[in-house]
Design a protein around this ligand. Structure first.
Ligand code: BES
Ligand code: ZN
Ligand code: ZN
Length: 501
């Protein structure tokens, strides 16, 4: 997918060679605050727009007009009474999406000093939102209905110099690339992105960025006692595997961050087969793995000074002849036994083995996991926030604030000991299901049993935020496809906490 050419220019939007001028317009007392320079340069047009009285500068509002001189098109994009970075992201997404249909080529986005936002944050968010909004899986999978893309460049113009603008542009474009890369993996149909193809994808990444890679296949998994991954994965046509990628961004032996991504390339539910309706979107059950790959790609391309290890347990959850069965008892990698209450609660079983392995082998200072783990988190939080589970109060606060700022919201859920009661089993050390009440919490409680020190661990249940389709509520920067939720969150977290020497 061709990406726009982004740049920054200090000054006014006058005299720039481009066909479209887009202006971010805040609101004051219900009226649009169109910058003076725009009012003066296109007096008649602006007066007409204001006179008409329908454009108020509200968040998400957008108006497009043809201009008699200079730029061919003027776009006014409202950012509201108290512009936030979210209103900037929404405005930029709406601008680029409207203009891709209008055959515009070169866009200037102008904003002035009338907001309290840090202009370098505005610059970064404008680029990330535009790039994310333009991602289009149709470009990859459509054969005949492909639209010709005309957009070429986007120049952000601000009256004052923004220090480090070049670096911000470089960073945000590489970050958005990694988000869109993760989205494409999640969006790729299951039959073109099975566990074997995920391995190929990981090998390509390793090759491009010089990452360490290890892949454990069925024989290795048997030898190691990874019976959770084996049990779930053996019902599929393509054998399961555990893929490990290592990125060393600083010279030290310790591992700063471990990331485990749920990579169920298709979740039919196994023998506890899903209904056709709930199965329909289960190609997205590899979103956690896709996000983990996106994070290690971004960290490598940005050369972040941090050591990261990623683990992807990659399986298909299908009801084949070798499929694991309800009431099976699995002896897991860490020695605990699990009674299978439901084969559709497969994610936690493969994640458990991968989490124990990463903790035992690498001893990372922090372990994050990303998983489209439960339908219950979608019932609890809907599609605007991921479920955050951690015992670390400080980290929870930090991630919450970061999510609010960058637009990947999360909401903390409890891990109280009472919930563990629901996982009791007569036959085994634990059941894999805890009944309908608090389904997202009992899933997280199950995972925690597979860590020696759960205080270092953060679980993100992304089932509600990993993709957007049809009737689901959505942000203007996503089409009906995968979102890559989590890549930006973790990369911003790393950039804030690992700054190098
Ligand atoms: N992959 C699903 C969870 C899911 C649901 C992801 C909706 C995205 C959207 C998971 O493996 C699953 O099937 N969970 C079951 C657990 C139940 C059997 C305890 C669920 O949530 O219904
Ligand atoms: Zn399932
Ligand atoms: Zn699943």
């Amino acid at each position: 997918m061709a990406r726009l050419n982004y740049s920054f220019k200090q000054g006014t939007p006058l005299g720039i060679e481009a066909d479209t001028l887009a202006v971010l317009v805040p609101q004051s007392n219900g009226e649009p605050m169109i910058p003076d320079i725009i009012k003066e340069s296109w007096k008649d047009v602006v007066n007409r727009i204001i006179g008409q009285g329908d454009f108020k500068g509200e968040e998400g509002e957008i108006r497009i007009t043809y201009l008699p001189k200079g730029y061919a098109l003027l776009v006014l994009a409202g950012v509201g009474e108290k512009p936030s970075l979210e209103s900037i992201r929404i405005a930029c997404a709406k601008i680029v999406r409207a203009l891709e249909d209008l055959r515009a080529k070169d866009i200037v986005v102008y904003f002035d000093k009338s907001t309290d936002l840090d202009p370098s944050d505005v610059l970064a968010q404008c680029i990330e939102a535009s790039d994310i909004a333009l991602y289009d899986p149709g470009e990859v999978f459509k054969a005949k209905e492909r639209k010709e893309k005309t957009l070429k460049s986007l120049t952000i113009v601000y009256p004052e110099e923004i220090s480090g603008a070049q670096e911000i542009i470089r960073r945000s474009t590489l970050l958005a690339d990694a988000v869109n890369y993760a989205r494409l993996i999640a969006d790729t149909p299951s039959s073109q992105m099975n566990p074997e193809e995920v391995e190929e994808e990981a090998r390509k990444l390793a090759e491009t960025y010089g990452l360490g890679i290890k892949v454990f296949h069925v024989e290795d998994l048997k030898r190691m006692g990874m019976n959770g991954i084996l049990a779930v994965g053996c019902g599929g046509g393509i054998p399961p595997r555990l893929i490990i990628l290592e990125y060393k961004g600083r010279e030290a032996d310790e591992w700063d961050i471990g990331i485990v991504g749920k990579t169920v390339t298709f979740d039919a539910g196994g023998l506890d087969l899903k209904s056709a309706q709930s199965m329909e979107r289960m190609k997205y059950d590899k979103s956690g793995g896709a996000v983990a790959l996106g994070i290690i790609k971004a960290a490598s391309s940005l050369k972040l000074p941090v050591n990261i290890v990623v683990a992807l347990p990659a399986v298909e959850n299908l009801p084949g002849p070798k499929a694991y069965k309800p009431r099976d008892i699995i002896k897991m990698y860490n020695g605990l036994t699990v009674e299978v209450g439901n084969t559709d609660a497969e994610g936690r079983i493969i994640m458990a083995d991968a989490l124990s392995y990463i903790e035992k082998t690498y001893r990372p200072s922090k372990i994050f996991d990303f998983a489209t783990l439960t339908g219950a988190i979608v019932i609890a939080l809907g599609n605007y926030a991921a479920g955050l589970f951690t015992k670390d109060d400080e980290l929870a606060k930090e991630l919450y604030a970061l999510g609010q700022k960058i637009g990947e919201k999360l909401w903390r859920m409890p891990l109280w000991k009472e919930y563990y009661e629901q996982l009791k089993s007569t036959f085994a050390d634990t059941n894999n299901i805890g009944g309908r009440p608090a389904g997202a919490i009992t899933a997280a409680a199950f995972l925690s049993k597979f860590l020696e020190d759960p205080s270092k661990w953060v679980h993100l249940d992304i089932a509600g935020v990993a993709y957007v389709e049809n009737e689901m509520p959505r942000k203007p920067y996503y089409r009906d496809c995968a979102t890559g939720w989590g890549v930006r969150l973790l990369i911003y977290y790393i950039m804030e906490n690992f700054r190098g020497q």
